[in-house]
Design a protein around this ligand. Structure first.
Ligand code: PEP
Ligand code: MN
Length: 631
């Protein structure tokens, strides 16, 4: 049964309820949802629910209709996100897990781990205990294989998963791995499920060869009833009369299971098909169907593989699959999970903080670098070729923060960065910084105004200094360049004594150039504001020193009259002021749009509550972050 607690329940009242349930032999799970906190109580129930209903602090008691209880959506409405090392499975992420069917040698797993990590895998797989159809086939390297798997995972910064086949190995294996895999043949090995459940560790539970969805969820229930809430389901094809493929992939199981359970579900197109050429199309089908990830077999020499060679992808096929999955992600409202390389650990086991490094787009001395300097004292900067590269650098942990322009007072919104924010759900906005754009006329030392025949700058830079150029350099040719700081380094490199560049003073300083005229922009009220982005896990430390007064969100609305007004009305009712509204096309959904909105907020908690209220009216509401306004 589900015991919904009153919002003002005291700790003492909660303990009394829990004690009574425990005395009656029930297993209790406390689940803090977005709306309510509930206690799930399962087990052989001899209690009269009315006895609980009458207790202080109880709002209501609801029976769970399904035979699986802890796994059911009835008990927990929100999606469970399972943490495997530093990787999260579930929610709006797609996780790529890859590796060989079996660990065959240290060299083999090391090579394949390097290949799959480079291609975009974030979890490494590899069997050490292989449940083979024939007793004469390779049975796996056992504990030795686990050692190699662990070593490869550590070397390449990936958590590892491997199959457990015997209850007697569970304790030993727990020291080597991050997630247990229960194979299809063992899905109903209840003693194994109990032993693995007791570890409380994450488990990838494959669907049995001929298991119904209900039997599969009952197996998950075994794991959960014994102590783990970290279960990932895996559809890997079922046994049918069809012989053209190794198994028959049940793609529809993905959305069906998602309705029935809060647990994430991934797909294994390798075992589902048994044939290399079918793995990529079926992998994409699984992601399109809503899978939270794929587990794929990859081998660098599949012709020599000791098991499942014919279904193992070649390295380049896996690389292509990852790229295709990444392209498909926005269509299903998800993003490909990527994680930073593991940082070295201190003696206390804490990850060592890398020196503070901040990514920006542009060359050294760009206005974005000035924004970084304004926001942080004493940092290393990481100049990136494109906005996308700067997002990637933060997402992969090469830089702790990224400083990206979002709007210029003359040029308007920098829409590319709004779009990129929707593609990186792991990143969140933690701050804002504003820079006044002051353009200077910059030359190689010794160049005089009369010598100048060409002026290089970003087209915006040239446009913003039009009056000065017309007045002072009417005969100079204006040459558009892809960024202002780049224009400065270009004239420096060519040593051109007849050229000038328009850029900020930092670019002149960085390149050791001379400033001939300062602040030559037509309109001095020229500002760019930037967002400071970081991975979610770093957000709290940054924000705690800057109480946020703004929030940025994205959402979509149904294609009906007045839907946007209805959403905005909720904010109005709570006197939450809107500062900016943009609509942007949704990638992969022609002629459909999402809204990007910035609000002035009283505090994070209150804003989150209002967002809850909006959820019925807005679709896919996503809070991009909270920050303290810089203007
Ligand atoms: C495996 O992952 O190598 C494996 C044996 O899978 P399944 O249990 O799905 O057959
Ligand atoms: Mn296999």
């Amino acid at each position: 049964m589900i015991i919904v607690l009153k919002q003002d329940i005291t700790g003492k009242q909660k303990d009394e309820i829990k004690n009574l349930l425990k005395e009656n032999g029930l297993i209790i799970r406390e689940i803090k949802g977005k709306e309510d906190t509930v206690l799930g109580a399962v087990g052989v129930n001899r209690m009269d629910p009315r006895q609980i209903e009458l207790m202080e602090g109880v709002a209501s008691v609801v029976p769970i209709s399904k035979p699986y209880k802890l796994a059911s959506r009835e008990l927990k409405k929100e999606d469970t996100v399972v943490s495997v090392g530093n990787v999260k499975i579930g929610g709006n992420r797609v996780v790529m897990m890859a590796g060989p069917c079996a660990v065959e040698s240290e060299k083999q797993i090391m090579e394949i781990a390097g290949i799959v990590r480079q291609a975009g895998a974030v979890i490494l797989r590899g069997g050490a205990f292989k449940p083979r159809t024939s007793p004469y086939s390779f049975q796996g390297l056992g504990e030795e294989g686990l050692k190699y798997l662990r070593k490869a995972g550590d070397e390449f910064g990936m958590p590892v998963t491997t199959e457990v086949v015997s209850p007697r190995d569970v304790r030993m294996m727990a020291d080597y791995i991050d997630m247990f895999q229960i194979g299809a043949r063992n899905m109903q090995n209840f003693e194994l499920l109990k032993e693995v459940g007791k570890t409380g560790m994450p488990v990838l539970l494959k669907r049995g060869l001929s298991a119904t969805i209900e039997e599969w969820l009952m197996a998950a229930e075994y794991l959960m009833a014994n102590g783990t809430d970290q279960v990932v389901l895996c559809e890997r094809g079922i046994r049918t009369y069809e012989k053209a493929t190794r198994n028959t992939l049940d793609c529809s199981a993905i959305p069906v299971v998602q309705k029935l359970t809060h647990l994430p579900v991934v797909g294994d197109p390798s075992h589902a098909t048994g044939m290399r050429d079918l793995v990529a199309p079926m992998g994409l089908a699984l992601v399109a169907a809503g899978a939270s990830g794929l587990i794929v077999e990859v081998h660098n020499h599949p012709e020599k593989a000791l098991s499942d060679g014919p279904q193992s992808l070649l390295p380049q096929q896996f690389e292509k699959l990852v790229r295709d999955v990444q392209a498909l992600c926005p269509v299903v409202g998800k993003s490909l999970e990527s994680v930073p390389r593991v940082m070295p650990k201190t003696e206390e086991g804490q990850a060592v903080q890398n020196e503070l490094c901040v990514a920006f787009q542009g060359e050294r001395g760009a206005f974005s670098e000035l924004a970084v300097r304004n926001a942080f004292d004493d940092v290393n900067v990481l100049p990136c070729r494109s906005f996308h590269d700067a997002f990637e650098a933060v997402n992969k942990g090469q830089a702790k923060y990224g400083v990206l322009p979002i709007e210029n007072t003359l040029g308007g919104t920098i829409v590319d960065n709004i779009d990129l924010m929707t593609r990186y759900p792991n990143l969140t906005i933690v701050g804002e910084v504003q820079v006044r754009v002051i353009h200077d006329l910059i030359v190689n030392p010794g160049v005089k105004k009369e010598d100048i025949k060409k002026v290089y700058s970003h087209p915006q830079g040239l446009a913003q200094c039009r009056d000065f150029l017309e007045r002072e350099l009417p005969y100079a040719q204006q040459v558009p360049f892809f960024d202002t700081a780049g224009a400065v380094s270009h004239i420096k490199e060519t040593g051109d004594m007849h050229a000038a560049a328009i850029a900020g003073a930092t670019a002149a300083e960085y390149n050791g150039m001379e400033i001939l005229a300062e602040s030559i922009e037509t309109n001095p009220r020229n500002y760019t504001r930037f967002f400071i982005l970081t991975r979610e896990e770093n957000a709290a430390t940054f924000r705690s020193s800057n109480t946020p007064d703004r929030a940025a969100v994205t959402f979509t609305v149904a294609d009906k009259a007045g839907m946007l007004v209805e959403v905005l009305d909720v904010f109005k009712a709570h006197e939450i002021n809107m500062k900016k509204l943009e609509s942007r096309p949704i990638a992969g959904k022609p002629w459909q749009y999402f809204f990007f909105v910035e609000f002035e907020i009283p505090c994070e908690e209150k804003f989150k509550e209002v967002c809850q209220e909006v959820k019925g009216k807005a679709e896919d509401l996503n809070i991009l972050g909270y920050y303290k306004s810089a203007h």
